[in-house]
Design a protein around this ligand. Structure first.
Ligand SMILES: NC(=O)C1=CN([C@@H]2O[C@H](COP(=O)(O)OP(=O)(O)OC[C@H]3O[C@@H](n4cnc5c(N)ncnc54)[C@H](OP(=O)(O)O)[C@@H]3O)[C@@H](O)[C@H]2O)C=CC1
Ligand SMILES: CC(=O)C(=O)O
Ligand SMILES: [Mg+2]
Length: 424
């Protein structure tokens, strides 16, 4: 990042008021009658109703459109464990994306937790406030157990975005990239650098989508995860293969696909040159990818390249998923987010690039035409069609798989954010 850009980023966060998000009032509260309805004595009525029938919290409070974005700050982007408070700009950032793209209100919550159990206890104690829980930037392997336990206890959807949001968008981008490169998912050799939240979930989902475990080499800081290593946690061990390859340099030879969810500058031009014909390179570490697209492209003109950033083509980033995953889940009052809902999101996101994007998307990206191809394998984050398509696919899958407490919404598919609150 240039010094100018760093300063611009700090100014953006500081001015004209600190931070990126605020709370808004949704009802008139000007007159004494308004105040007597909003507060005392009128507020006692919904209190009594909710005490009698807890489901009525969805009718009388903001719960049904409110998501907690919760972190302990142990894996902030690719910056590492910088503590709960330092994660707040990212959590506020997720909050604005939830609001802008799916109309969902967010409280960002940064938890000072001495261990995973303390984090779990905190979330359990506050979860009733929310319609859904988005876990964010929690390091592996702790994140897996944290999510498992919270899913078991909480009766609202719990979703670790760095795991599943990332995996879903990787899956969608890869389906399209494979089609362009004329490769089949069951045949491809994959190298995934990063065996944390994003890496483990992405590899699991790719296997669910038809990739073969024996064709996937996963690496952590110590190199290739193979079945003669005795230092693997259970999540890494489940992805270990019987292989003699030990380093990224060994593993990348002949690979069709590189997925980077680790840290900056891991992949060298020499490694890219050793990949199979028509390679696919998803260098997704934030803020700095495993290889710069211009460097990868210079090494291999036939590569399709994606990053997690907004300043290059093909932004494979979980922002394409989490707002709409929660929109769909909230609108059918789903008790969880299951595999059917995830796969529905993969296909809904992937399919959007087959159709010409709306004019507003083209204008936001410099007016250049966008058509399905190596530089357009995944929708742009500001594509308004994501709201209708992805939330509808997720809601339908929730209803069909039996985790929804309400039927498929009669006001779906959503055409815009103006449609999200149907008349009661
Ligand atoms: N584009 C997107 O949408 C997203 C991108 N990401 C990015 O992916 C990265 C990982 O995030 P997340 O999974 O949440 O983090 P985790 O902390 O859960 O996992 C990080 C993983 O990367 C490995 N790793 C880190 N540095 C290296 C290295 N130098 N060589 C090899 N492996 C390395 C770690 O190895 P070890 O296990 O040995 O410690 C670990 O397995 C971050 O940069 C994040 O910004 C994450 C989510 C979404
Ligand atoms: C995008 C995101 O969630 C991350 O980099 O952690
Ligand atoms: Mg994250």
């Amino acid at each position: 990042m240039s010094e100018d850009f760093k300063k611009a980023a700090l100014d953006y966060h500081a001015k004209p008021r600190p931070g990126k998000i605020s709370v808004e009032v949704t009802k008139s509260a000007k007159t004494s009658r308004d105040l007597s309805l909003a507060y005392s004595p009128g507020v006692a009525e919904p209190v009594r109703e909710i005490a009698r029938e807890p489901e009525l919290a969805y009718r009388f409070t903001a719960k049904g459109n409110l998501v907690a974005v919760i972190s302990d700050g142990t894996a902030i982007l690719g910056l590492g464990n910088l503590g709960a408070l330092a994660s707040k700009p990212v959590m506020e950032g997720k909050g604005i994306l939830f609001k802008l793209f799916a109309g969902i209100d967010v409280f960002d919550i940064e938890v000072e937790a001495e261990d995973p159990q303390a984090f779990i206890d905190t979330v359990v104690r506050i979860h009733t406030t929310f319609g859904g829980i988005n876990l964010e930037d929690i390091r592996a392997p702790e994140c897996f157990e944290i999510e498992r336990v919270l899913k078991e206890i909480c009766d609202v959807p719990v979703f670790h975005d760095d795991q599943h949001g990332t995996a879903i968008v990787v899956g969608a981008g890869l389906l399209n990239a494979l089609e362009i490169q004329n490769k089949r998912i069951g045949d491809i050799k994959v190298v995934c650098v990063g065996a944390g939240a994003a890496g483990v979930a992405s590899v699991r989902l790719l296997i669910e989508m038809g990739a073969r475990k024996e064709n996937i080499l996963v690496l952590d800081r110590k190199g290739v995860i193979h079945n003669r290593r005795d230092d693997l946690n259970q999540y890494k061990a489940a992805l270990a293969n019987d292989t003699d390859k030990r380093t990224l340099d060994d593993a990348i030879e002949g690979a069709d696909v590189f997925i980077g969810v680790s840290g900056p500058d891991m992949l060298t031009p020499e490694m890219v040159k050793k990949m199979a014909d028509k390679p696919i390179i998803f260098a997704l570490a934030n803020p700095d990818p495993e290889i710069r697209p211009e460097v990868a492209k210079a090494a291999r003109a036939d590569a399709i390249i994606a990053t997690g950033r907004s300043d290059y083509p093909n932004q494979v980033n979980n922002v394409l998923c989490f707002p709409y995953m929660f929109r769909g889940a909230l609108d059918v009052r789903s008790t969880s987010i299951n595999e059917d809902m995830k796969l529905a999101a993969v296909h809904a996101i992937a399919e959007l690039v087959r159709e010409a994007p709306p004019q507003e998307v083209l204008e936001a990206y410099g007016g250049e035409p966008l058509s399905f191809g190596p530089e357009y394998i995944i929708p742009k984050p500001n594509d308004p069609r994501l709201l209708g398509r992805v939330s509808a696919a997720v809601a339908r899958a929730a209803v069909d798989s039996g985790v929804a407490r309400k039927g498929y919404p009669s006001h779906y598919p959503l055409k815009s954010l103006d449609d999200i609150f149907p008349e009661l």
